[in-house]
Design a protein around this ligand. Structure first.
Ligand code: ADP
Ligand code: ZN
Ligand code: ZN
Length: 816
């Protein structure tokens, strides 16, 4: 008898064992996929974990439905990494598999398929079964696995669907709400019919009276070097000194054709490897220190101020790795950042770059997965957000975690609730690779590790080109209000500086950490503020649509005319968001172009990159935005950054609030003056003597670190203590509360005073579920592993209490 243990992509504590015959046992290897029956009628795709001969105790094994791969698609290093992840983050291997694999790899009963939008069906190449499914999809837009079963009149249909997927005939329907659409770049080429010498000559003759158009064509020939290189319309326009109208005429005449390519999928054909920048002295020094540090240490923290040229240092390290035939993983906190970075890296590394993140279409993700698995030339450098950690690397030499302090590296929900920075360090170790954490404002945890000698530490304190750090001025708006020197939310100082910068032709960024018009609306007669019916928060007023919105669940309603409680028409908006700032700034500066960058303005296709382009091309003078603006964007002409109100950041109820405010404000400030001119930053606050703001104004990271570390030590928080957050949620408040008290008491039997709570979070109810938290603190000398085992045991006891069966319990290790 032969058996295989299969990891199913569901929250099962253990892998599940199936029986296989001797041929299957010989063929199957760990990391291959199999379709297996589960429960009464379900089918799942699982990953083979091991092949063995020991029958499981306690249940009859079923046999598998089908083998789906010829070769493993998951390698042993991945399985090892995923096991670590499951155990460290206290979740199941199945949950890790579900997070790690593109869902097109995991066909199951719930999967819905539809005809692919780009399908070009070669019906002759279909098997009979494939044809039947294809035909059925001509008549109905989507099919469930069970439908396919009845169409084909058999149980095992996963393989047929998989073949159709591979051939690009069908797609898996995704429940993704917001799909990322990579930016399209417009290219032009000569129309086919002119490709012959004779026709071309004729064409050129016919253009003798249109010298401009002729010039464009000649430039095109020069640039595309015998049709080998794609030529973007922007480049062509620039090189031929022409304008959009000339290009359009040529296209309208049918002489040129336009076509589009995803910017990050372009087969780059420009000069390669030739342009790496000469590092300056400080960068050279940092580079050699990093290399030196890597001889001793697997992880190094590069603490380099904003605009110090960290990216150029990464470039050097990457090219060393490529020369050694190793793969490089370059992780960024957000896809939004990739556009600028990709074009920068493409100049150096051309075609060796692939981009991977969870918002790509399934087909694109599958393609990158296969390229990495086969170690293709295209997949030597992977740029990606946190999910790129799961790719089937086999020869990683270097992992770069850029903007390593960013909290979006932490996955909140669902499990695995992992921190990609920490998971990267472990991945690096498994590969014997080096990990470089880069940041202008390292997290306290990373800096602590570096100071303790656990990581190497390299500092870069100057901006590239000796550009000065921006000059930061704190403006006391309490005082300004008292002296009546405020115009709306703008102090006289901010207005003065804005005018000056705009007059000199530079751009201004205005930062406000809230979107919408105003965070809440209040009745001035009775004090009632409209609340979300599903969550315990006030609704945010959005002026543009004249509606009230919940930022937690998306609930929205038309703006009220009168108070729901007392009927008075005395509703007043309180607080302010980006939308209100935009409105004010438009009336204050009617002669300048204003743009807004927040979740509301960047939802539409390409909106985000269009906005970035518009800023780069100086079509926008004043940009109002949320922290989306803070992240790593490299704009050249920002003369002034205005922070509308620093206080709501500082007052956030979280032990990391001060650290985060410092990081965020320093990042926003870092957008100012990245070229010769010194940038200016104005921070409006009710509390200019706040230590964090004082430290920020003199760029004193070290001081901030010292103070905060002291606080963390005093109050027993990371990096001195580890934390595990346990969240309990239920529709019924009393049940939730009772279960939390019960569970806390159970944990306290052993963990004593290191169990805090239950405590309701700032928003105590979301989507009709009441929420409460427990926090377990683990002192340095206490075993983390043992503590986790104890908590797991407690969770099992909890799960056996009938009364609490509806309560959702989730565990977040190293919570953020
Ligand atoms: P950081 O990532 O540290 O914020 P960047 O790598 O974006 O800084 O560098 C800031 C700017 O300085 C970029 O526009 C970059 O092109 C330029 N720069 C950095 N190093 C060099 C160099 N050695 N030669 C020329 N330009 C450089
Ligand atoms: Zn809500
Ligand atoms: Zn009222």
């Amino acid at each position: 008898m032969y058996f295989i243990d299969v990891i199913l992509p569901i929250p099962l504590k253990q892998s599940f064992t199936y029986s296989v015959n001797v041929h299957e046992a010989r063929f199957l290897k760990p990391g291959m996929r199999v379709a297996v029956p589960f429960g009464k009628s379900k089918v799942y795709t699982g990953i083979v974990f091991q092949v063995h001969t020991e029958a499981p105790i306690g249940y009859e094994t079923k046999s598998i439905d089908q083998i789906l791969d010829e070769e493993p698609i998951v390698n042993s290093l991945q399985l090892e990494h995923w096991q670590w992840m499951a155990s460290y983050y206290m979740c199941t291997l199945g949950e890790v598999v579900r997070a790690g694999l593109p869902s097109a790899f995991l066909l199951e009963s719930e999967t819905i398929i539809k005809l692919s939008a780009t399908a070009t069906a070669d019906e002759a190449s279909f098997t009979d079964e494939e044809f039947l499914v294809y035909e059925a999809l001509q008549h109905q837009s989507s099919l469930h696995i069970n439908d396919v079963r009845s169409i084909l009149d058999k149980r095992n249909v996963v393989k047929v669907i998989q073949q159709l997927l591979l051939k690009g005939i069908v797609e898996v329907e995704e429940a993704v709400v917001e799909k990322y659409t990579p930016r399209l770049v417009r290219y032009v080429r000569l129309a086919r019919e002119f490709s012959s010498e004779a026709n071309l000559q004729e064409l050129l003759d016919s253009l003798s009276r249109a010298p401009k158009q002729k010039e464009v064509l000649m430039t095109l020939f020069m640039l595309n070097a015998g049709e080998k290189k794609p030529v973007s319309s922007v480049l062509l326009q620039k090189k031929s000194n022409s304008n959009a109208a000339t290009l359009k005429t040529l296209i309208d005449k049918g002489i040129l054709e336009e076509y589009y390519i995803h910017r990050d999928r372009v087969n780059y054909a420009g000069p390669e490897g030739s342009e790496t920048k000469q590092l300056n002295e400080a960068q050279e020094k940092a580079l050699s220190e990093i290399k030196e540090s890597f001889t001793q240490q697997d992880v190094t923290l590069l603490h380099g101020v904003t605009s110090s040229g960290k990216t150029e240092i990464y470039v050097d390290l990457i090219s060393d790795m490529l020369k050694m035939g190793k793969q490089v993983l370059y992780m960024l906190p957000e896809i939004a950042l990739t556009t600028q970075l990709i074009s920068r890296l493409q100049e150096y590394f051309g075609e060796s770059i692939s981009v991977y993140h969870s918002k790509y279409t399934l087909n694109e993700r599958v393609e990158v997965w296969h390229n990495v698995l086969r170690n293709k030339p295209k997949a030597q450098i992977i740029i990606g957000a946190r999910s790129s950690l799961f790719l089937p690397f086999s020869k990683l030499g270097l992992i770069i975690v850029d903007e390593a302090h960013e909290t979006s590296f932490k996955q909140f929900s669902p499990a695995p609730r992992y921190h990609a920075r920490d998971a990267a360090v472990v991945l690096g170790n498994l590969h014997g690779a080096k990990t470089l954490l880069g940041s202008a404002t390292p997290s306290l945890e990373s800096y602590f590790n570096a100071k303790a000698g656990k990581y190497g530490l390299v500092q870069l304190t100057q901006r590239y080109g000796n550009v000065l750090m921006p000059d930061i001025e704190l403006v006391d708006i309490k005082e300004k209000h008292r002296k009546k020197q405020m115009n709306g939310h703008f102090s006289d100082r901010l207005l003065e500086e804005m005018k000056e910068v705009l007059e000199s032709g530079d751009q201004v960024i205005l930062f406000q950490n809230r979107r919408g018009f105003s965070p809440f609306v209040e009745c001035t007669t009775c004090g009632t503020a409209p609340q979300c019916p599903n969550c315990d928060v006030s609704l945010t007023y959005h002026q543009y649509k004249n509606e009230l919105r919940c930022h937690y669940c998306g609930y929205h309603m038309a703006m009220l005319i009168s108070c729901m409680a007392c009927g008075s028409e005395t509703l007043d908006t309180k607080g302010f968001g980006t939308e209100q700032i935009e409105t004010e700034v438009r009336s204050l500066f009617p002669n300048h172009e204003v743009g807004r960058m927040d979740q509301d303005t960047t939802r539409r296709k390409h909106a985000h990159s269009k906005l970035i382009d518009a800023i780069e091309n100086r079509e926008i003078d004043i940009i109002v935005g949320t922290q989306m603006l803070a992240k790593g964007l490299d704009f050249r002409n920002i003369g002034l950054v205005g922070v509308m109100n620093a206080d709501n950041l500082l007052n956030f109820p979280d032990f990391r609030a001060h650290e985060r405010s410092f990081q965020l404000l320093q990042q926003v400030a870092g957008r100012a003056g990245r070229t010769e001119k010194r940038g200016k930053v104005l921070i409006q606050t009710y509390n200019p003597y706040h230590t964090i703001l004082q430290q920020l104004s003199v760029n004193d990271y070290e001081g901030m670190y010292k103070d905060e570390a002291e606080q963390r030590y005093q109050y027993k928080y990371p990096p001195y203590y580890r934390t595990i957050k346990i969240t309990l949620r239920d529709r019924n408040y009393n049940k939730m509360q009772k279960s939390a008290v019960w569970f806390a008491a159970l944990l306290q039997t052993k963990l004593k005073e290191h169990v805090l709570g239950p405590e309701a979070p700032p928003v105590g109810r979301i989507r009709n579920l009441f929420i409460t938290n427990l926090l377990v603190k683990i002192p340095r000398q206490q075993s983390v592993a043992k503590t986790k085992i104890f908590i797991e045991k407690a969770v099992r006891s909890f799960n056996s209490v009938k009364e609490f069966s509806t309560v959702k319990l989730s565990i977040d290790v190293d919570n953020y």
